[in-house]
Ligand binder design. Structure first.
Ligand code: AMP
Ligand code: ZN
Length: 673
């Protein structure tokens, strides 16, 4: 056998194996992008060596063979796959091909970019307005009848209203939110069952269950992305927009952020926006499906033997990859919390090299069953720090030593333990642990706190190592004697006199930063940036905050008994802090009290929940504030109004239970702008 023939065969075998693991077992051992790379390589080698191509190559099949247990059903029209592109350039090339095939200019073609949901596709057949069958994609020609399971999905209407076409096929995606996936994995680990590597596997595993009651409990969701039927065929231009619009009226979930427009540039702009939006979605999307709008054009373009020519999937750079854990180290946080960190064999994820990933706490380590030497899936999401998601299936069987939970602080060798029995985290109990001071000082000068330019991690470590400061705010003693202060800072490693000067200036400016930033910077447990803002509004100075008792503190929005207790404890620990800061020349700027009394929503305490018809959550909050309302994040007895959209969950239930008035977007608009 020639080398090339052997290479093709090996690749085909690997592709087959990974497809089996992915589709049938729901236990992939490769991240999607790694699998895609294999398949791409096979495709391109087959393309270059057509004489060697295997007629049974896995590239000629869409999915995988259906599993046993469900009735096999042939599709009425095949369920095609989608061709992928991975860059703007490739997308433009696709558009040029489409223009060529249609003989139209770029501006003469309308496109409809949709999110590419990372789930599994499902066909719904409606006859006489009733759901009669739900069929999985299977191998594209034949799927499985999963009607009972589909009926257990809340988003799937069992009956269409009279205004919908009576006979209709709806194709769309079944998926699981990240939150439900995490909950499910927690239950599975507790029960000793292997967790699902990602929400998609969890969704697909769920659709294969033979007990639809269990399916109902899992909380799957469904969003339609294609409509097939005689009535649909009659509309032409703008089909997709219209179809989605109608279908929302028939109780289907509407595609988020719809856009349709001429020319590929508009699509590229939209894809850029999607790259941001995806961070805020409660479920995963792995790209954007770009479709040529208009059934007439779609018909003219037709299909290749595996995918439509009128659609293409633009894939986002991978955020999940596999790599090996080389070690586990423990990082000390500002309250002394020890966080395990996985030291990884370096890998590229979403354009950057990753060598470390957080493991949150010892419980998470146990949940994952992670040991040094394991291969793992890691993921870089909205957060900056990547995390370990799961072991690669099979790794749990390897005989490796269990990781050691440190008995003493890795930084100061001090005693470690739990400060609160209810807590999972272990902490360094040494109040003088230098690692704590490092973390506190980094937070103190960080972006969301005092934002002190030049006070980076490396500098902070040196400053703490010099032993000159006990508390983060002691850094302001450098300003007391400017000559000595400058001499000290310039004496630090890699500090030019100019940068030293800049740092001192930044420190000086920080002394007059807003009170809210100061409250946040102090690092009071449980007091984040938002609570700090609310506190600063209620208490115009640190002195005033320091003497407030727990009862009074709780009158502030979002301050409950725990936060109030944490504040009191901090004030008791540092009784002279306000005086000390005053001595150091710190003069926080109190918030300018706004006179809201004339505004229509003055005195209201509002919470926003669910998806509003046209306003994003941020827009709605800004709107409420403009009208004089206070906006908080959670419903409490202090809340006076809930602005709710579609899919409002627990907040709505709680507001109703508390008898809080619930309003909608139309109401908000009627209040003024
Ligand atoms: P692939 O699995 O890479 O062949 O991609 C095709 C699959 O993408 C389809 O079978 C659908 O399950 C899925 N998909 C997700 N979102 C969409 C969408 N908006 N339009 C079409 N297909 C989608
Ligand atoms: Zn320590």
């Amino acid at each position: 056998m020639t080398d090339m023939r052997q290479r093709l065969k090996d690749l085909a075998d690997q592709v087959r194996l990974h497809r089996y693991r992915y589709y049938v077992l729901d236990q992939p051992t490769l991240a999607d992008a790694e699998y895609d790379a294999l398949e791409r390589e096979l495709r391109s080698l087959e393309g270059a060596n057509p004489e060697l191509a295997d007629p049974n190559s896995p590239t000629l099949r869409v999915g995988a063979s259906p599993v046993d247990g469900f009735e096999k059903v042939p599709h009425r029209t095949p369920m095609y796959s989608l061709d992928n592109v991975y860059s703007e350039d490739e997308l433009r090339q696709w558009a040029v091909r489409v223009q060529g095939l249609l003989g139209l200019a770029d501006g003469g073609i309308h496109y409809f970019p949709e999110p590419k949901f990372d789930g599994l596709s499902l066909c719904l057949w409606y006859e006489n307005h009733e759901l009669v069958r739900a069929v999985t994609r299977g191998d594209g020609e034949t799927g499985e009848d999963v009607t009972e399971n589909a009926k257990a999905i809340g988003d799937i209407p069992l009956k269409l209203p009279a205004e919908a076409p009576g006979s209709l096929e709806v194709r769309g995606e079944v998926f699981l939110s990240r939150k439900r996936w995490e909950e499910l994995n927690r239950q599975r680990t507790a029960a000793g069952v292997a967790p699902f590597a990602n929400p998609r596997n969890a969704a697909s595993g769920t659709m294969k269950l033979l007990d639809s009651r269990e399916v109902a409990r899992r909380g799957l969701q469904f969003i339609p992305w294609q409509f097939i039927g005689p009535m649909v065929a009659r509309t032409t231009f703008g089909l997709q927009m219209e179809a989605v619009g109608w279908s929302a009226g028939w109780a289907f979930v509407r595609l988020p952020h719809m856009y349709e427009g001429p020319g590929i540039q508009g699509v590229i702009d939209q894809i850029e926006r999607w790259a941001d939006w995806r961070q805020t979605l409660p479920f995963d999307i792995d790209g954007v499906v770009v479709k040529v709008a208009g059934l007439d054009l779609q018909e003219r373009l037709g299909f290749t033997d595996r995918a439509p020519r009128w659609a293409i999937a633009y894939k986002f750079p991978a955020t999940q990859v596999t790599t090996t854990v080389l070690g586990i180290t423990w990082q000390v946080g500002r309250s002394g919390k020890l966080t395990p960190v996985a030291e990884l064999e370096a890998v590229e994820v979403a354009g950057s090299t990753v060598r470390r990933a957080t493991l949150h706490n010892a419980d998470e380590l146990a949940r994952l069953g992670l040991k040094v030497g394991h291969r793992v899936f890691i993921e870089k999401g909205g957060e900056v720090i990547p995390k370990v998601v799961a072991l690669v299936p099979g790794e749990e069987l390897r005989d490796l030593p269990a990781p050691v939970i440190p008995a003493t602080c890795p930084e100061c060798a001090g005693e470690v333990g739990k400060t609160d029995d209810a807590e999972v985290a272990i902490r360094c109990l040494n109040p003088e642990c230098p690692a704590k001071l490092v973390a506190r000082l980094v937070h103190f000068g960080g972006r969301s706190a005092l934002d002190i330019e030049g006070l980076g991690d490396a500098l902070v470590e040196q400053v703490v190592a010099s032993g000159r400061f006990e508390q983060p705010w002691d850094i302001f003693t450098l300003l007391q004697d400017p000559v000595q202060g400058l001499a000290y800072v310039s004496g630090l490693e890699r500090m030019a006199e100019k940068s030293a000067q800049n740092l001192l200036e930044a420190l000086d400016a920080a002394r007059r930063k807003p009170l809210a930033r100061w409250i946040h910077a102090l690092g009071i447990p449980m007091v984040g940036a938002r609570t700090a803002e609310l506190l600063a509004e209620a208490y115009p100075s640190l002195e005033a905050l320091w003497v407030a008792d727990e009862q009074r503190l709780q009158a502030v929005e979002e301050v409950g008994p725990k936060v109030a207790a944490a504040l009191r404890a901090f004030a008791t620990l540092h009784p002279d802090l306000p005086a000390r800061l005053a001595l150091l020349g710190v003069r926080p700027e109190p918030p300018i009290p706004r006179d809201l009394s004339g505004l229509p929503l003055a005195g209201e305490v509002a919470v926003v929940t669910g998806t509003l018809p046209s306003l994003s959550r941020e827009d709605a909050e800004a709107w409420l504030k403009r009208l004089g309302a206070k906006v908080t994040g959670s419903v409490s007895p202090k809340t006076t109004l809930l602005l709710a959209g579609e899919k409002a969950g627990s907040k709505l239930a709680r507001a109703e239970a508390l008898g809080i008035p619930v309003r909608d977007e139309a109401w908000l608009r009627s209040q003024g702008s």
